[in-house]
Design a protein around this ligand. Structure first.
Ligand code: NAD
Length: 396
């Protein structure tokens, strides 16, 4: 029998992500029973009373407080999960690390590269584990795609294309949530969706060395939301007062990887049509792959049998659609059958389990706060490039 690790968890912020994380922590002893980890939901902090009451009722937290400082100080807390809006990320995460707690912070980890870097430094200085919510990494078909690239199955990589096209802001009546405010959120889509795109690119192909960028804001004013009412998917009413959008709605970012590969990263929060189209395409000299979160349990793979590329076989040459199965990473933990696929919450469960495993054992797969810094560097450089024009070297 492996040792049982009891790990006390504080969740700060009980919106969409706070709820997703709480649900995920509750599932870890089931889906990852072999890890021997027993998370305890010790305390939730949120200034909105209804959010606190709901958290206790739904997830069984022992305590609910309005001030996150009280949550960090609550006896029995080992891990602090920061699921607040971006403006509070750095302050909460740095305070938690300084109190000796392990820190899991939602992306983008602060509003600016300086804030992200400060969190990573506080975590390193405290000698605690740090994690970041780049959940799309954990999809079985993404993990499998990464292994194909790593093993050289695609030959020499020649092109990378990736995009995160979300519809959440496409309706002009979508509320002016904190995401649309530069003071509260920092960057717009470059801070909200591009970090996922940049992290995925760097996971698959290594560091991005240079970026160029164009950005646009399409919807200049939105209805002002009521605190605690709904999520950023909630629509305002026609007679609601409106306020200005102060950061970018979309960004197109040509990149050059350190390996020499060129690519394009695209992100939009106002696109009309795609719902949550986070996809990548990798093309090499011996093969290609295509993945899209909207069909996250599929991977389109082009790995031609070159010996067969003559005569009749040419009629059968093309992309093959693979479906997630127990032969792909993590799938078998959820279902023993092929094509009985995973969903978003399952990625959050894998994320929670791997982070807690790292907390318990001191080692394990990322993403760490260094990965958060690497993604924030790409976003900050793209923001810079969108104003200066031309190419910007990442990290300068
Ligand atoms: N990884 C992902 O796929 C993903 C998806 C959505 C959001 N996010 C990230 O998660 C974070 C939260 O986003 P969300 O969509 O859940 O936001 P949200 O607006 O739905 O929820 C935020 C919650 O934090 C609470 N809050 C505000 N100030 C607080 C404070 N000082 N202390 C404690 N709680 C406070 C709010 O009352 C609210 O309940 C953001 O940083 C966002 O970028 C990540």
């Amino acid at each position: 029998m492996s040792m049982q690790h009891d790990i006390g968890v504080a969740v700060i912020g009980m919106g969409w992500m706070g709820q997703a994380h709480s649900r995920a922590y509750r599932r870890v002893p089931d889906i990852f029973h072999d890890y021997g980890i027993q998370p305890r939901l010790v305390v939730i902090a949120d200034p909105v009373p209804s959010r606190r009451q709901e958290a206790v009722a739904r997830f069984g937290f022992d305590h609910a407080v309005s001030d996150w400082r009280e949550a960090i100080d609550q006896p029995g807390v080992d891990v602090v999960v920061v699921a607040t809006p971006n403006a509070e990320h750095a302050e909460v995460a740095i305070a938690a690390a300084s109190a000796g707690k392990h820190v899991f912070c939602e992306k983008p980890v602060g509003r600016t590269l300086a804030e992200t870097t400060a969190v990573a430094e506080a975590v390193r200085h405290a000698g605690v584990q740090g994690g970041v919510g780049f959940n799309y990494r954990w999809a079985p078909m993404v993990q499998y795609a990464a292994s194909l690239v790593r093993d050289g199955r695609l030959g020499t990589i020649t092109h990378y294309r990736s995009r995160f096209f979300s519809m959440y802001g496409s309706n002009p009546m979508s509320q002016l949530s904190w995401r649309f405010d530069r003071d509260a959120a920092g960057l717009g889509v470059l801070g909200d969706l591009m970090p996922h795109v940049a992290d995925m690119a760097q996971l698959l192909l290594g560091p991005i060395r240079q970026v160029s960028a164009t950005t646009q804001t399409h919807i200049p004013r939105r209805p002002i939301p009521v605190p605690g009412r709904g999520t950023h998917f909630t629509l305002g009413q026609p007679d609601d007062p409106t306020g200005p959008v102060t950061n970018e709605d979309d960004a197109t970012v040509p990149v050059r990887f350190a390996s020499g590969v060129h690519g394009v990263l695209d992100a939009s929060r106002v696109i009309f049509g795609p719902k949550c189209e986070f996809g990548f395409e990798i093309f090499g000299t011996a093969g290609a792959i295509r993945w899209n979160f909207e069909a996250m349990n599929e991977l389109l793979v082009y790995l031609p049998d070159m010996t067969g590329l003559s005569g009749d076989h040419r009629h059968h040459d093309g992309f093959v659609r693979l479906l997630s199965s127990p032969d792909h990473p993590y799938h078998g933990r959820f279902n023993p059958a092929a094509a009985t696929g995973l969903g978003y919450d399952d990625l959050k469960t894998i994320e929670a389990a791997e982070f807690l495993h790292r907390v318990a054992n001191g080692t394990g797969p990322g993403p760490t706060l260094d990965d958060a810094v690497a993604a924030a560097q790409v976003a900050a450089s793209a923001d810079h490039a969108s104003r200066s024009g031309g190419w910007v070297t990442v990290g300068d």
